[in-house]
Write a protein that binds this ligand. Structure first.
Ligand SMILES: NC(=O)c1ccc[n+]([C@@H]2O[C@H](COP(=O)([O-])OP(=O)(O)OC[C@H]3O[C@@H](n4cnc5c(N)ncnc54)[C@H](OP(=O)(O)O)[C@@H]3O)[C@@H](O)[C@H]2O)c1
Ligand SMILES: *[C@@H]1O[C@H](CO)[C@@H](O)[C@H](O)[C@H]1NC(C)=O
Length: 330
């Protein structure tokens, strides 16, 4: 019996372990290790998953990090956890609820008041809620569009003047490969045509919001060209986080899913590597407009329509009540 275990199970375990190692090598690792002493980073959704591990690594490299979270208690718990193994850097919890444009404005005002310099803004926060819940933001927009795209759209625009003053600086937007399944329908940006297919497995509104993230990045790169601010977008890979907290997963689904997880699912720390690469790698300075995956350049399969990107920008301006001309004039 014992021999059987040794001869059969050990080699299987060994092979599985080897395959997992192989996958992990493919996912890549942020190679930049230089000190970030004196640099200011803002990370949205910093209390959980990829955001929290991004903050941990930035703190290890001595950065000053504003943790923009919608619940300060959760932010403090995350800080406590990070402080258990990293004592360097500065962690500053601040309230930001991307579900409310009012909260985005208040947060931006406080940041502009307290921080004379912003080196990197990381638009990381995001959620995925089953379509059947038909959730909307405090301003009445479809929840994925509102939180994942519109909140970050307004935030970035409000902080952009300070980012320009702090150049060379960066804006990093966490999207997903699921953007390839997204649709931008200007008559249905906020689910005006109703949530058809709400029972479907795929969360269409989530995919749409991740496409909006990429189009936002495409248009932003164009608008800030030559300003010394770089924009990068990325897919973190498939990561074990709290993102699916609103989805009911049954116990047998977990078991069926195990082999997939073993070969495809990253730990949050592994999932933070591409974000860290975009936010800190020296070699990327001046290479604005690129999309990354596995700590490497990724050529998106779809050709982005720049007319759609610029129309989405204009529509987002009016939905968020943000007008750039007015800002420059006043
Ligand atoms: N996990 C994956 O496989 C995967 C794959 C591709 C892309 N991504 C992207 O990665 C990013 C990070 O997600 P994650 O996987 O790390 O998930 P997560 O563990 O759920 O973290 C998401 C973070 O966003 C915050 N957030 C949600 N709604 C917010 C709001 N209204 N205002 C402010 N913050 C809000 C959450 O705060 P609370 O804790 O307070 O809710 C949390 O800190 C997302 O943009 C997601 O789309 C993830
Ligand atoms: C409108 O968008 C929602 C997602 O926000 C989607 O569920 C629905 O299928 C779309 N409706 C049409 C008719 O495309």
């Amino acid at each position: 019996m014992v021999l059987k275990v040794i001869y059969v199970f050990l080699p299987i375990l060994f092979a599985v372990g080897l395959l997992r190692r192989f996958r992990e090598c493919q996912w890549g690792h942020c190679k930049s290790k230089s000190s970030l002493n004196g640099k200011v980073f803002i990370v949205t959704g910093a209390n959980s998953g990829i955001g929290k591990e991004t903050v941990r690594e930035l703190a290890r490299r001595k950065a000053r990090v504003v943790m923009a979270c919608r619940d300060l208690e959760n932010a403090k718990n995350a800080i406590e956890d990070i402080r258990r193994d990293v004592s360097s850097g500065e962690l500053i919890p601040m309230l930001l609820d991307l579900e409310s444009l009012e909260s985005v404005r208040r947060f931006s005002e406080e940041v502009l008041r307290d921080f004379p310099k912003i080196n990197v803004l990381i638009n990381n926060a995001g959620l995925s809620v089953p379509m059947s819940k038909c959730r909307r933001t405090k301003d009445g927009y479809e929840i994925h569009f509102g939180v994942n795209h519109l909140g970050h759209f307004l935030l970035t625009n409000l902080l952009l003047p300070r980012l320009k003053e702090s150049a060379p600086s960066r804006i990093v937007t966490v999207s997903s490969m699921l953007h390839e399944r997204g649709i931008i329908d200007f008559d249905n940006l906020s689910g005006e045509k109703g949530f058809v297919g709400a029972s479907q497995h795929r969360n269409q509104a989530y995919c749409n919001s991740k496409l909006a993230n990429v189009l936002f990045h495409v248009e932003l790169s164009k608008r800030i060209e030559g300003s010394g601010v770089d924009s990068f977008a990325l897919c973190p890979g498939f990561v074990y986080t709290n993102l699916f907290r609103y989805t009911n997963v049954k116990w047998y689904q977990y078991i069926l899913f195990l082999p997939v997880a073993l070969f495809f699912m990253r730990t949050p720390s592994q999932g933070a590597q591409t974000t860290l690469h975009c936010a800190t790698s020296e070699e990327l300075e001046g290479k604005s407009g690129l999309f990354f995956r596995n700590c490497n350049l990724y050529e998106p399969k779809m050709k982005f329509d720049s007319a759609v990107a610029s129309r989405l920008w204009e529509v987002s301006e009016s939905m968020a009540g943000f007008c750039n001309d007015r800002n420059e004039a006043g």
